[in-house]
Design a protein around this ligand. Structure first.
Ligand code: SF4
Length: 369
């Protein structure tokens, strides 16, 4: 009788790490059966190792965490705070958010970031498109419709983050781009023949020639594991998709990578590795970095893309600023037609607000995803 009253252990798999607790999940990255506590430990330790091996930070650095309120940036803020304390990184951490002016989406997600500010004790700075450019995304979409809206949004976000980072006087911006995001960007840059971006989209630190470098501590972290970590830790994050999110092309690339991952989990890391190992032919013409004649921001053209797009908006001719390049970036072409290249595959900036199928696994979506 006594034996019957004991919990039955048979059939319950033990954690492959501690070999004591019951396994609570199968790690998407390795397919190992693992308990929650060991999952937290290996998840955090892998990020710590990525930070050390790539020397992402140094003691005394002021670091802005690009915070959207979505799962990636929320987990990043949480984990970086933990690691900073645990390993004495000596970092001053801040949350930096961009308010694009999207009613019913960003206003709600910013409320999450404001709660994160209190929960993690990290000072928050919000910069808005309205203040910086005189336009909200709601106003831009009203003028241009739902095509190319993400091009405007992506170009403006890049500068907005840099300007916010400058106001905070930080040394670096850390973003929540994860391994899945980077693999998608590698694939998209190949599909679009964008060699310049292909050559830099796998870099864990970018923008070292610009005003403030950016880094991706989640470069080797799988999106599914970020989802699980946020879910099990009951972190407070925002899970609604941007109301203006289209970007079907990236969506197809994402689906393709998810299919590959289902068959072979390492596929994500292997795509990133392939991107890293590409050698750019010496005959390939690469853009030369300069500064925008109008606002002084880094640009490979006479005017930076934000200025070109703003000029189009302010002249009531927003579509003049949109298009594929095909040699249209010369000064004459810019002054004639203000044509810029689509920005959507620029890995460092793309919005992760588009639908993420894996989030549906847990019934949410994120900005990121
Ligand atoms: Fe901006 Fe992202 Fe929304 Fe596009 S999906 S409008 S880039 S927030």
């Amino acid at each position: 009788m006594e034996a019957d009253s004991k919990p039955k252990k048979s059939g319950a798999r033990l954690c492959c790490v501690c070999n004591q607790n019951r396994a609570a999940l199968k790690r998407p990255k390795t397919l190992e059966q693992i308990c929650r506590e060991c999952f937290y430990a290996v998840f955090e330790e892998e990020i710590h190792q990525v930070i050390l091996e790539n020397q992402l930070f140094k003691p005394g650095d002021r670091i802005a965490i690009g915070a959207s309120g979505g799962k990636d940036s929320t987990v990043l803020a949480y984990v970086l705070s933990e690691l900073n304390r645990r390993h004495n990184y000596g970092l001053d951490l801040f949350l930096l958010s961009v308010d694009e002016g999207i009613t019913g989406y960003r206003d709600d997600s910013l409320e999450t970031v404001k709660r994160n500010e209190l929960q993690y004790g990290l000072p928050l700075k919000i910069v808005s498109y309205k203040d910086l450019y005189g336009w909200t995304m709601d106003e831009i979409v009203k003028m241009i419709g739902l095509k190319n809206n993400c091009t405007f949004c992506g170009v403006f976000r890049r500068q907005a983050l840099d300007r916010g980072a400058a106001l905070l006087k930080v040394d670096k911006v850390a973003t929540g781009h994860n391994a899945d995001d980077i693999a998608e960007t590698v694939l998209l840059n190949i599909l679009r023949g964008d060699i310049a971006r292909l050559s830099r989209c796998t870099s864990i630190i970018t923008g070292e020639d610009g005003p403030i470098p950016r880094c991706k501590p989640f470069k080797c972290t799988y999106e599914k594991e970020i989802v699980m970590y946020a879910y099990f830790k009951k972190l407070d994050y925002f899970s609604t998709e941007c109301i203006y999110s289209p970007n079907a092309y990236r969506g197809f690339a994402r689906e393709f990578i998810k299919d590959l991952e289902r068959i072979r989990p390492r596929a994500i890391l292997d795509i990133i590795k392939s991107g890293e190992d590409f050698r750019i032919s010496t005959t390939t013409k690469m853009p030369e970095q300069g500064t925008c004649e109008r606002c002084g921001y880094i640009s490979s053209q006479k005017w930076c893309k934000a200025c070109v797009l703003l000029e189009g908006l302010n002249r009531g001719l927003p579509k003049l600023g949109i298009g594929r390049t095909q040699g249209l970036n010369s000064d004459a072409k810019i002054s004639n037609g203000m044509v810029i290249q689509e920005e959507s595959v620029q890995g460092q900036l793309f919005c992760t607000n588009q639908v993420n199928p894996e989030d549906q696994f847990f019934g949410f979506y994120i900005c990121k995803k």
